[in-house]
Each structure stands twice: as C-alpha cells, then as structure tokens.
Ligand binder design. Structure first.
Ligand SMILES: C[S@@+](CC[C@H](N)C(=O)[O-])C[C@H]1O[C@@H](n2cnc3c(N)ncnc32)[C@H](O)[C@@H]1O
Length: 291
C-alpha cells in the first residue's frame, strides 16, 4: 500500500538523513557524515561569501558579546570572536556534543597557531536558551532553524537574550525554492518536495520576517541569496538526492523505472555540463527596540 505524505517524509528523512537528523546528530550511527557535510559546505565560495556578509551586517564592535545559535563546527564562531576581539566574547551554542567537540578542537588549533580568540561553548537547545535576558549585543543563527520544530520560539529566545538595541540575524534556506532541472520536471518536483518535507521546518526561510515581527523585533531587513550548483556529485552529497528519490519510490510517488530514469538523466546532464540546481537562502535581520 502506498505511504501517506507523512510516512513519505519520514522515509526520506530516515536513518542518517541530512534533512531529518541534524536535530539529533549525537544519536545517529554516523555523525561523521554530518561533520563532513558542514566541512564540504564551508569550502564552497557561496557559503563563505554569505557568511562573511551576514557577519559584517551585525556591525559588531570590539568588546561586544555575541551568540551563535547552532554553531556546528564553530567556523563562524571563530570569525565572530575575531570581530569582537579579546575584550569581547563569542559564545557558540549547539545541541550536539559531537559538534561542540569539533568546534573546541578548532579553537585549540587556532591557539596552537598563536591566534587567541575569546570564545565560549554551551550545550543547549535553541528553543530554550540557557542565558539570562539581554546577555548579548547580537545573536546569529545559520541554517539551524530549518532543523528545529518551532523556529518562531527559537527566534523569540534569541530576541530575549539580545540587549535592547541589539541585532538578531538569521540565514535560512527555503526548500520551497529548491529547483532541479530534469527532462521529467514533475519527478523533479516530487523529489524536491520529498526532501523538503524531511526537515522539521523546511519552509523556515519564508517565515523569518513574520517570526521576527512576532517577537517584537523592528527594522527587519531581508537579503535574498540564491545558490546555483552545477555539479551533481556535490548536490547529491549535500542535498541527499538519491535518498530523496528512494523515499519518493518508497512512498509510491515515483515508480522504480521513473526514478531510475530521473537519476540517470541528472548524471547524463552532469556529464554534458548541464546539471542545474538552485536554492534561495534568506538573510533576515531585526533589531530589539530600545537601547
Ligand atoms: C546545518 S548545521 C549548521 C551549522 C552552522 N550554523 C553552519 O552554518 O555551518 C545545524 C546545526 O544546528 C545544530 N542543532 C540542531 N538542532 C538544534 C537545536 N534544537 N538547538 C541547538 N542546536 C541545534 C546541529 O547540531 C548542527 O550543528
């Protein structure tokens, strides 16, 4: 019997899925796959560019205290630490001890190179931040709200711990904007929706303005950033394309034959230099009133 919509999403986000299991990295059988995914992304110029642009938008000053929610490998955290200097403090929070260990190693390696950064790490949940109100001059989150069940609550927590006058910044993709070019565009749509629905909050990107307004932030500004990826191997590694295709087959949304033709078409397009995928990220920044 074909699966319903929910079962299909769960299948696509099954064991080890990058969409469904970034919220529980410490409990998956192969956390190294999640670390490797973040390492791969950090080497792509699009990601480096939007990250440095969004950090600059925060307008941090030496001596500031800044929080990075869902700090992952800690690469942004180290850059934020450099922005606030030795008199400031950059705090990285993550739900995963595996990620926090990696981030701590990065700091130790930087210290070994003589670069001393004022960083601190905290294990915790974005939905219930373990900090007092108004503890930070600014708060940033990057591709983590898509992995939480209630992004508005996470934004409200970020607003709470930010001082009056301080900035809250979020960068999230919206998986409704995820496009794959294929000779069978309907199959491409099914695969993209299967992947999107494997995230706890696959539509987080489009909701950021509303979420920031709901927690009282003002001066909300949006910067869209579109990532065009022309290489199937990288797309498969970061978008789990083959897993989504398998999920769509298991759900009864695609036949085996159609799925195989779809995947073969992507590989052939890649060989001809014609593979095309696209995804839009939204960088949204608001200000806590007062200050
Ligand atoms: C896709 S990664 C992004 C990491 C980093 N921000 C970056 O840009 O590379 C998502 C991160 O959020 C963390 N995470 C997921 N759910 C979380 C939650 N509820 N609270 C805190 N961190 C969470 C994961 O452990 C992971 O490190």
């Amino acid at each position: 019997m074909p699966m319903n919509h929910y079962e299909a999403a769960v299948t696509a986000s099954g064991a080890g899925s990058l969409a469904g299991e970034f919220q529980r990295v410490d409990r998956v059988s192969d956390p190294g796959r999640f670390v490797a995914c973040l390492e791969r992304l950090s080497s792509i110029p699009f990601f480096r560019d939007y990250k440095s642009g969004s950090r600059a938008a925060l307008g941090l000053r030496p001596g500031d205290r800044v929080l990075e929610v869902g700090c992952g490998l800690g690469l942004d955290l180290a850059a934020l630490g450099a922005d606030v200097g030795p008199r400031g403090l950059a705090v990285g929070l993550d739900a995963s001890r595996v990620m926090l260990e990696r981030a701590g190693k990065g700091r130790a390696e930087a210290a070994g190179r003589g670069q001393s950064l004022s960083l601190a790490f905290a294990a915790g949940d974005a939905l219930d931040l373990p900090f007092a109100a108004a503890s930070f001059h600014a708060c940033r989150v990057d591709r983590t709200l898509q992995h939480v069940v209630d992004p508005f609550r996470a934004l409200a927590e970020m607003a709470r711990v930010t001082r009056p006058g301080g900035r809250v910044l979020a960068v999230e993709p919206d998986w409704g904007s995820y496009l794959l070019d294929a000779a069978d565009p309907e199959a491409a749509g099914i695969v993209a929706r299967t992947w999107r629905d494997g995230f706890p909050s696959g539509r987080a990107g489009r909701t950021l303005v509303r979420g920031m307004a709901a927690c009282g932030l003002t001066d909300i500004a949006v910067t869209p950033r579109t990532f065009v990826l022309r290489d199937f191997a990288t797309a498969d590694a970061i978008y789990d394309i083959e897993r989504s295709v398998a999920g769509a087959v298991a759900a009864g949304s695609l036949t085996q034959e159609r799925a195989a033709a779809f995947l073969a078409g992507l590989v052939q397009a890649d060989a001809r230099g014609c593979f095309f995928s696209s995804l839009t990220f939204f960088e949204v920044m608001g200000r806590r009133p007062g200050g």
